[in-house]
Every structure is written in structure tokens, then in C-alpha cells.
Design a protein around this ligand. Structure first.
Ligand SMILES: Cc1cc2nc3c(=O)[nH]c(=O)nc-3n(C[C@H](O)[C@H](O)[C@H](O)COP(=O)(O)OP(=O)(O)OC[C@H]3O[C@@H](n4cnc5c(N)ncnc54)[C@H](O)[C@@H]3O)c2cc1C
Length: 402
């Protein structure tokens, strides 16, 4: 007999654990068809010029794929993380890259769960139809790094506004977002009962902010990722843009972070499948010493192993998504899914390069680009060491080291 379960966090349809096996094949087929219009040469050109893939993002928005998690009453599809996962996996399996817009799917989760009805009415319909881009999430800072409770960006109440001062680093897509969700300190760390107290979340309208207290500086990275550094100098943010209760922001962003981890893991699964398929196809076709290189077990077994690891990681991603959609605790599974999937894609990418010999390094094969893109997920949005630390202390109850 099954225990009764709560409805999905996004108000989407009830998802039983058996739904782990749901494949969303119609969504996958439709996404694959859309992606066929954006072949390798599109991504290579964007990568070379470090240009934002605007046309791809617009096509996804127009088709409604970035609004799958938004409830129908606000103009979205009201589906769950399982469906969103299928969308992102398929994008990456098709050789495309969802990094330019994946945050449009999940950043609004904090607003949906903790924002006021007025805020939801004001923003969610626009986010659902793509007219409002909420795809920037400002947490990381240069001095605090992974230790989020030590962020130094402050928001001080001043009448009808909060005045924000500080600096953020590696905040992606701010140049291509209308809104940003910002984490800032409203009470000094020493004054809270817990280190996580006193952090608050704000909706920052970037269209008003740039030049009026906010400066955005692009950071060029090893892949085309549109990430930036932000400088806040007394930026006025309306008090009405505070999400939920002042000082409770850390807890609010955790839900979004679980969704983010599951969805990034799905992208890694898509990448891994792309690498494995590409490697297996080449191993069958490339003739050296008078036979296909795939006949050599030194080539064949690593590809087979990469496939096995990808399938195993995919099961954990599905489990995490099913738990999330059922409104159950999924912190451990979301973290494990992210780690296993990021490891699977990194390994599959490495093997794909090795299988292709010198051609693996040639730009026109797209492998080196995909490899650079997927490498990021060992570090962001949470690094592998921090996941292991979470599992070691929160899941296995071992002593904390920090
Ligand atoms: C391209 C890109 C896009 C990004 N986009 C965003 C974004 O949109 N929004 C945002 O807020 N952030 C973003 N980030 C930031 C990202 O989340 C951080 O880089 C990441 O969380 C690690 O923080 P850090 O770079 O300060 O590394 P640090 O915290 O300085 O860590 C450096 C290394 O030390 C390890 N480490 C640190 N402490 C410990 C410990 N106690 N035990 C063991 N190992 C430890 C880490 O695992 C890491 O490998 C992005 C980063 C990149 C590179």
C-alpha cells in the first residue's frame, strides 16, 4: 500500500514514484525536431564569436518549453521537473546547449513558492510567454565563494526601497535577462541565531538598474556562457520586490537549487548520450590497421562503460525529479543526480575525444566544444566536493569539516 503524497511543489499534476518511468516521448520528439534547425555549425559560430544564441532561445520560448514548470493559471504548462528534465536532456542529446536559457525554467520557482500573489500576477505570465526574461540568479561572490552565508552584498531598508551595495561574480545571462533574483544580506551574520538567517531574496529589474547603481562586466570563459561580474553601488530596489519575509531568503533558494541541480543533471545526461552515440558511430566506421577501431576492446569497452554510467546516472535523475514533483524531500537525490550525471558526461566526453583520435580536437566535429561545455558542471552550480560533503554529513551523518 502506498502512503498518500502531497501535490507537486509547482502545483503540477500529482506524480507517483512509478512516474519515474514516464518518458515524455512526445515532448522529446518535438524538442528534437526543433533542435534539428540548430545544427553544429550554428553552435560553432556562436562559440567562436561568443555570441548569445538568441534565435535558439526565441524558438524554445515561442514553443513554450521554457514555461513547462509555470502553472497553467499563470500561462505555463503546469508540468513538473520530470517534463522539464526531458526537454533539457533532449536539447543536449541533440547537440544543442540549454545553458543560455535553462534558468528561465527554474529561477521563477522561488517566486512561485514564496512570492506574494501580486508579485506572481505581475511577473509569471510575462515569464511564461517569454516577454520577461528571468534567467539570472545572483548568489556567488568573489570573497565568499561556495560559503554562501558569508556573502557581503548588503540590502539596507531606506523607506520604500532597499539600497544594495556589493559585488557578485559569475552571474550568468544578466545581459540577456530583464529580471534577476538576488540574494543579499539584510542582517549581519553575527546577529542571526544561525549563519543562514538574515539573507533575503529580491527581484531586481535589470532594465531599471543598469547605470543606476548596477554595473555589469562580462567574464570571458572557456565556453560560450554569457557570465558576468556585477557591481552594486547603492542600487535602489523597491521594498515591494522583496520575496517573502526579510531574512528568510536562504531557505527560499534551496528549493530552486534542487530543481536547478536536477535540470542541470538532465543536461549532462543529454550530453553523455550525445558523446556515447558519436563515439560508438565513429568506432564502427573508422578503419585503422584494416578493421574498424571499435573491434578493439580498448576502444569498445570504455564506450560501453560510459553508456552504463550514463544509464545509471539517468535513473538517479529520474528518481530525484519524481520526488521533487511529488513534493517530497529530494536534497540528497538532487545532489547525487547532479554529481553522477556530471561525472558521466565528463567521462563520456573524454572517451569520445579519445575514440576520435586527432579529430576529437577539431572544431568541426563539435566534440571539443561539447566537452568544454559539459566540464563546467563539475563546478557549477555546485562543485563535486560540496556534493560529497553534503552526502558525507547530511546523508551519512559523518562529522562536518566546515
Ligand atoms: C560559467 C559559470 C557560470 C556560473 N553561473 C552562476 C550564476 O548564474 N549564479 C551564481 O550565483 N553563481 C554562478 N556560478 C558560480 C558557481 O556556482 C561557483 O563558481 C561555484 O559554486 C564554486 O564557487 P567558487 O568558484 O567561488 O569556488 P570556491 O568556493 O573558491 O572553491 C574552489 C574549489 O575548492 C573546493 N572547496 C571549497 N571549499 C571546500 C571544502 N570545504 N572542502 C572541499 N573542497 C572545497 C570547491 O569544490 C572548488 O573546487 C557560475 C560559475 C561559472 C564558472
Amino acid at each position: 500500500m502506498r502512503a498518500a503524497r502531497r501535490p507537486g511543489i509547482y502545483g503540477g499534476p500529482f506524480l507517483d514514484h512509478d512516474r519515474m518511468t514516464t518518458d515524455f516521448s512526445e515532448i522529446r520528439d518535438a524538442v528534437a525536431r526543433l533542435c534539428a534547425d540548430f545544427p553544429g555549425r550554428y553552435w560553432r559560430d556562436k562559440d567562436r564569436t561568443r555570441e548569445y544564441p538568441k534565435e535558439f532561445v526565441e524558438a524554445l520560448s515561442a514553443a513554450g518549453y521554457l514555461a513547462v514548470l509555470i502553472p497553467e493559471q499563470y500561462g505555463g504548462s503546469g508540468l513538473g521537473v520530470g517534463a522539464a528534465s526531458a526537454v533539457l536532456e533532449e536539447i543536449h542529446k541533440s547537440g544543442c546547449n540549454g545553458a543560455a536559457c535553462h534558468a528561465q525554467m527554474y529561477t521563477m520557482g522561488t517566486l512561485l513558492k514564496h512570492g506574494s500573489e501580486t508579485q506572481k500576477q505581475a511577473y509569471l505570465p510575462g515569464i511564461a510567454d517569454g516577454k520577461l526574461r528571468l534567467q539570472a540568479f545572483g548568489v556567488t561572490e568573489p570573497t565568499s565563494g561556495t560559503d554562501t552565508t558569508r556573502i557581503r552584498t548588503t540590502a539596507v531598508r531606506d523607506g520604500d526601497v532597499y539600497r544594495v551595495t556589493g559585488q557578485k561574480v559569475f552571474i550568468s545571462r544578466t545581459e540577456y535577462s530583464d529580471l534577476m533574483l538576488l540574494l543579499a544580506r539584510t542582517t549581519p551574520r553575527e546577529q542571526g541565531a544561525k549563519a543562514t538567517d538574515g539573507l533575503s531574496v529580491f527581484i531586481v529589474d535589470l532594465r531599471d538598474a543598469v547605470g543606476r547603481g548596477l554595473t555589469i562586466k562580462p567574464i570571458v570563459t572557456m565556453m560560450n556562457h554569457s557570465t558576468t561580474e556585477l557591481f552594486f553601488d547603492n542600487l535602489a530596489v523597491p521594498a515591494a520586490n522583496l520575496v517573502g519575509v526579510e531574512g528568510k531568503g536562504f531557505g527560499y533558494i534551496l528549493d530552486s537549487m534542487n530543481a536547478e541541480r536536477i535540470l542541470i543533471a538532465s543536461e549532462c545526461i543529454g550530453d553523455a548520450r550525445w558523446f556515447v552515440a558519436k563515439a560508438a558511430a565513429y568506432a564502427k566506421e573508422r578503419q585503422v590497421f584494416g578493421r574498424a577501431i571499435g573491434e578493439n576492446q580498448g576502444i569498445q569497452f570504455p564506450i560501453a562503460r560510459a553508456h552504463v554510467q550514463t544509464e545509471a546516472a539517468s535513473l538517479m535523475v529520474r528518481k530525484a525529479a519524481a520526488l521533487f514533483d511529488a513534493g517530497e524531500k529530494c536534497g540528497a537525490e538532487a545532489n547525487m543526480a547532479k554529481m553522477l550525471a556530471a561525472d558521466a558526461s565528463k567521462e563520456a566526453g573524454d572517451i569520445c575525444i579519445q575514440t576520435h583520435g586527432g579529430y576529437g580536437f577539431a572544431e568541426e566535429y563539435d566534440i571539443e566544444r561539447k566537452f568544454r561545455e559539459t566540464r563546467l558542471y563539475q563546478v557549477a552550480p555546485v562543485s563535486t566536493n560540496l556534493i560529497l560533503s553534503y552526502v558525507g554529513t547530511h546523508v551519512l551523518g559523518m562529522p562536518k569539516s566546515f
